[in-house]
Design a protein around this ligand. Structure first.
Ligand code: 8YV
Length: 315
């Protein structure tokens, strides 16, 4: 029997690729020079999409695949999948929640520490010989005991808050309402008010049309010249133009970012700034977590085609 054909939107580590190749015919969209021609050539037989969180699946892609039944996302965020287009055709969508939560929280906290304590500059200070030539490294600001705001107390926000509690931080959060499990932390409904009472503001919201630019000029101004914005969610949650203006003008102290509009091609204005820490969308990027994510992508696809219950359905 011939293997089921899947459209593969982005690359995977070797171990995932081998397993997928063994069970399915993977049509590697990301390697095609002419994407439209590739869809015309293979579209008619494709029954599933294997994609990545940041790449998703557009309406045009979904509409080019008349036999499409399932979209499996390698990532917890499914904002780049056109859910309306999938829903209209009864196409199932899956993601990889839970397995990546703690790694994403770890990196967010590490980014806060690295930026606040100037670790990247400190490393440069040593390697460049500045330490010997110029003497002591400039003093930085402390982290422990200060005020943290968590915008979006979901799975990742909760893990960030737990870690920050270990730094004796004063923790507040915004969400759709106060959470029973967060009694030690202060609920602040309005993101501007949250930013106003924060030295460090973590953006840990699942992105959607409703959360687009939720961190806009007002939130950024409220965080202020001593404040730091940390984004481990999606670029669309932040008004990047307003963020760049504020970082350039010094009306926002600093930022630590793992996600960018148009990534991996970020706005070159970021590269000229020394008050921002730039990370290559790697918050879930550990071998352990990526193996678990790849397993879930495969398990969802095989469950679907075997007629079993999907392990982690979105739709
Ligand atoms: C990416 C992510 O999916 O989980 C998410 O939503 O953004 C990440 O884990 C990862 O880079 C794989 O594409």
């Amino acid at each position: 029997m011939s293997k089921i054909e899947l459209l593969q939107v982005g690359p995977y580590p070797e171990w995932d690729q081998e397993r997928l190749d063994a069970h399915f015919t993977m049509r590697r969209y990301f390697e095609a020079a002419d994407k439209a021609a590739f869809l015309v050539e293979h579209g008619a037989n494709i029954r599933g999409i294997a994609t990545r969180g940041e790449l998703g699946a557009s309406r045009a892609m979904i509409e080019a695949l008349p036999k499409l039944e399932v979209i499996s996302v390698y990532g917890v965020g499914f904002d780049a999948v056109d859910l309306a287009a999938a829903r209209e055709r009864g196409i199932r969508v899956t993601n990889t929640p839970d397995v990546l939560t703690k790694d994403v929280a770890d990196l967010g906290v590490a980014m806060m520490l690295a930026e606040a304590r100037g670790m990247i500059g400190g490393e440069r200070w040593v390697r460049s010989g500045d330490w010997a030539a110029k003497g002591l490294y400039p003093l930085k600001r402390r982290v422990h005991g200060r005020r943290a705001g968590i915008l979006g107390l979901g799975r990742i926000g909760y893990e960030v808050a737990k870690r920050l509690a270990g730094f004796d931080m004063d923790i507040a959060y915004s969400d759709t309402g106060p959470k029973d499990f967060a009694r030690d932390w202060t609920f602040v409904a309005d993101p501007v008010a949250l930013a106003e009472r924060s030295d460090f503001l973590f953006v840990t919201l699942a992105a959607s049309a409703e959360t687009r630019h939720i961190v806009g000029r007002k939130v950024i101004e409220a965080l202020g010249p001593e404040g730091m914005l940390i984004n481990i969610s999606r670029a669309s949650n932040i008004d990047e133009g307003a963020l760049l203006d504020a970082l350039e003008a010094g009306t926002l102290g600093s930022a630590a970012l793992d996600v960018f509009e148009g990534e991996p091609n970020l706005n070159p204005r970021f590269l000229a700034l020394d008050n921002v820490l730039l990370q290559p969308h790697m918050a879930s990027g550990t071998v352990e977590t990526r193996k678990a994510m790849g397993q879930l992508v495969f398990d969802n696809l095989s469950a679907h085609f075997d007629g079993r219950t999907l392990p982690t359905p979105v739709l």
